[in-house]
Ligand binder design. Structure first.
Ligand SMILES: [Fe+2]
Length: 358
């Protein structure tokens, strides 16, 4: 069983691809109505430009004096992935502290910061802090916040179940849906912010995370050599088609990007698998059956690796920061349909993935 922590997640892409306005008719309305998902089918974005990126972690003091000073408590969740942190406010960090945060997130893969005031900052300030880690991705189909297309809103309640429909949850035996956020982008996200606003009444809605570094390390040197140099196609097409079919926004025409199957982290130098069932569609240069065979093996390998996975749980004030380049994650559909879960993500984009070569 994956070690239990106390964090949460972004479920999956399009979790909140609810259409129309979100009503406040429930007995108890959402705690943060300002962040209810906003859908405007006429909203359009230009294609995402290629942008210069230098990871802030490269500038960080490896001893992290500005992030992990006196009084800060760090608890390991599992040896390979995940730390829980108390006693520091992300909102108060200096630029040096934010650089150290980038490094720490890369090293530990997932960080669960407790008792944060981040959720009560202004949207402008939230965006300013997250922008330290790269230009914020604007999601092409999911709910955002009116006036702030940088936010990706995760929202479910009794009346808004688009996520379940998107994933076909009602006709699936297993609800786990491993993915790396928007990996179809040419510059997929790195240091990613996700914070909870409303936790389901049954205290569920956790997030599973796993280390793609450890998943790669478990393979034999011969198999690793076969993977290195391969590239795979990551596609936004299905997500866009679903949104279009549902009358939702397609703010940018869907993109497909080829990424290395094994990528190297620019700060730690660690090699990580970089395929995920959510968005990776095929191996470049392989015939269809070969591609399906290899991807099926890798997805099985990832999903069965309970000793390099964690379960992140949420408390009021939890802010989870993960490195999306070296992890995959999945929401857990373990709360009743009528209960509300509300969270927000800011998704800074990082470098064009660096291929790991033997
Ligand atoms: Fe996600």
């Amino acid at each position: 069983m994956a070690p239990a922590l106390t964090v949460t997640e972004t479920a999956t892409e399009n979790v909140t691809n609810a259409l129309g306005s979100v009503s406040l008719k429930a007995e108890k309305g959402p705690s943060y109505p300002r962040y209810l998902p906003h859908f405007d089918a006429s909203e359009k974005f230009p294609p995402t430009p290629v942008r210069e990126f230098s990871d802030p972690g490269l500038r960080a003091d490896p001893t992290k004096p500005n992030l992990l000073g006196p009084g800060v408590q760090v608890k390991q969740i599992s040896p390979y992935i995940g730390s829980e942190v108390r006693g520091v406010q992300i909102s108060q960090l200096s630029k040096e502290g934010l650089d150290e945060l980038a490094l720490f997130a890369a090293e530990r893969k997932v960080l669960a910061f407790r008792d944060q005031d981040f959720k009560d900052l202004s949207p402008e300030r939230q965006i300013e802090i997250a922008s330290h880690f790269g230009p914020i991705q604007r999601h092409p189909t999911s709910g955002n916040v009116e006036g702030f297309p940088e936010f990706h809103v995760v929202y479910r309640d009794a009346d808004h179940q688009r996520f379940r429909e998107y994933r076909g949850a009602d006709n699936r035996a297993i609800r786990t849906s491993w993915h790396s956020d928007v990996s179809y982008e040419l510059q997929p996200p790195g240091t990613t912010f996700f914070w909870i606003l409303d936790i389901p009444e049954n205290k569920a809605g956790d997030t599973l995370f796993l280390s793609q570094v450890e998943a790669y390390k478990r393979l034999s040197p011969e198999f690793q050599k076969r993977l290195e140099g391969l590239r795979a196609v990551h596609s936004a097409v299905y997500q866009a088609e679903y949104s279009r079919k549902s009358g939702g926004p397609v703010r940018r025409e869907p993109v497909e990007s080829e990424h290395p199957v094994v990528r190297q982290h620019p700060v730690t130098g660690e090699k990580a698998l970089y395929v995920n069932p959510g968005f990776t569609r095929r191996i470049v240069g392989f015939k269809e059956e070969e591609s399906e065979y290899l991807l099926k093996f890798l997805y099985d390998h990832i999903s069965k690796g309970a000793d390099y996975q964690i379960r992140a749980t949420y408390e009021p004030g939890t802010l989870v920061i993960w490195d999306n380049r070296v992890t995959v994650h999945s929401g857990t559909g373990d709360f009743p349909q009528e209960q509300r879960r509300h969270a927000v993500r800011l998704t800074p984009q990082a470098e064009v993935p660096i291929p790991a070569l033997a």
